[in-house]
Write a protein that binds this ligand. Structure first.
Ligand code: FAD
Length: 385
């Protein structure tokens, strides 16, 4: 048996599903392959910023209220910054931060797709891809053919590897879920600097649990589990029965896709699209999925090459990552880290301004941090008047 699709997507995470749903809405035939059965777990802090929420609303045609009550697990406005265990600031932001459990969030996207007739081959562990003949043989021997192939199989991207595409997973994150009742936790988001080199630790609300984790630029010699143990003990958690889960993250290491065949593109973590400063990956995963679908639609309806259109559409992601990488070098250097601690102490309004304008909205390019700071000063002066 054989079937043909305009586009096949490998990976049903947020990047793959954003592409599949967008193609579906535009009447382009497609199918998705994933090695897992859904709902499946995925290690993730689950922070969803407002810019991501807005994108998901548009993608799935679901209202914010329904998403927040049915799919998300928590919302918060209080952000506390720490340097080691010294509290520097406590701010109440205007734009809330949202939280998801990935098994539920990813399953929501999968269900949306399937409800509208989407085809998902789940639990596919033994398929083979023939890139040259644009053919995939599934585990049961069924053959599916495609014009375009979107690879969204996550940070390790085995399929990009098969194409000989070199990648650097420069980041590593580890986390644990602790029942809220087991620690003294009044709520809020806590961010700890100075605990892990070139990164940070977090404490996020996650329904009945809190998600405590840390991550940063990967160093083989760093004992991440031991550092997380220390943080959990500081929070009063019993570390004996706690399960830790870790994974590589392509922190600011977008992949050079110029060696991809001209009908193949990479998206989400497979493309290395993760913010180099915060490690936020969901926004770029979903955005790159939508842009990848847009490139397929253009290619199907015209003679443009999918790669050229996609590179143009995702230029802003690549540029953001490049600029963020430059800023990261300065931000995580020792003297700046020290200065940061001294300067940020009690600057609650600055943290609020930064979260609302930058983290929630990407309102400033990473090369415009001086402009952000001067706007913050102006607004602060206005507030005082
Ligand atoms: C500990 C940790 C905490 C994080 N916290 C946050 C956070 O709070 N907020 C945020 O925005 N981002 C966070 N991230 C990053 C975020 O999880 C990723 O950027 C995001 O999941 C990328 O989505 P994706 O669809 O590209 O890949 P994934 O979500 O990894 O999806 C890939 C899919 O491909 C499938 N797959 C893998 N291999 C194959 C194969 N060979 N064949 C077929 N299918 C395959 C997998 O089963 C999976 O369904 C975190 C990451 C980690 C590790």
């Amino acid at each position: 048996m054989s079937s043909h699709y305009d586009t096949i997507i490998i990976g049903a995470g947020p990047a793959g599903m954003a592409a599949a749903i967008t193609l579906q809405k535009n009447g382009i035939s497609n199918a998705v392959i994933d090695k897992s059965f859904f709902p499946r777990n995925k290690v993730c802090g689950g922070l969803v910023t407002c810019k991501t929420l807005e994108t998901v609303i548009e993608l799935t045609d679901t209202g914010a209220t329904d998403l927040i009550s049915d799919v998300f697990c928590d919302t918060d406005r209080i952000i506390e910054l720490y340097f080691k265990n010294e509290r520097l600031t406590c701010s109440e932001v205007d734009i809330p931060l949202y939280f998801v459990r990935r098994e539920k969030f990813d399953f929501f996207l999968v269900k949306k797709y399937k409800e509208n007739g989407g085809i998902l081959f789940e639990g596919e562990k033994n398929y083979t891809v023939d890139f040259e003949n644009k053919t995939i043989t599934l585990g049961n021997g069924e053959i599916i053919t495609f014009n375009y192939l979107l690879i969204a199989d996550g940070a390790l991207s085995p399929n990009a590897k098969k194409l000989g595409i070199k990648r650097k997973n420069t980041g590593f994150c580890i986390e644990a879920h602790i029942p809220k009742g087991d620690v003294s936790y009044p709520g809020g988001v806590k961010i700890f600097f100075g605990i892990v080199k070139k990164g940070y630790a977090w404490c996020f609300p996650s329904g009945n649990d809190i998600c405590v984790g840390l991550g940063g630029v990967y160093k083989k010699s760093t004992d991440y589990k031991n550092i997380l143990d220390g943080l959990l003990k500081q929070l009063g958690a019993d570390t004996e029965n706690t399960k830790y889960k870790g994974a590589f993250v392509p922190y600011g290491s977008s992949v050079d896709q110029s060696h991809c065949p001209d009908n193949v593109i990479l998206l989400g973590d497979a493309a290395g699209f993760v913010d180099p400063i915060y490690g936020e990956g969901l926004y770029f995963a979903i955005t790159s999925g939508i842009e990848a679908a847009g490139a397929c639609i253009t290619a199907v309806r015209s003679s443009y090459s999918i790669n050229a259109v996609y590179y143009k559409k995702t230029e802003f992601i690549v540029k953001t990552i490049k600029k963020g990488n430059r800023l990261k070098k300065i931000f995580f250097s020792h003297p700046v880290g020290f200065l940061f601690k001294r300067r940020i102490k009690n600057k609650d309004f600055f943290v609020r301004f930064y979260c609302d304008r930058q983290i929630s909205k990407y309102g400033y390019d990473y090369s415009r941090m001086i402009k952000l700071y001067s706007d913050y000063r102006k607004e602060k002066r206005l507030l005082k008047q």
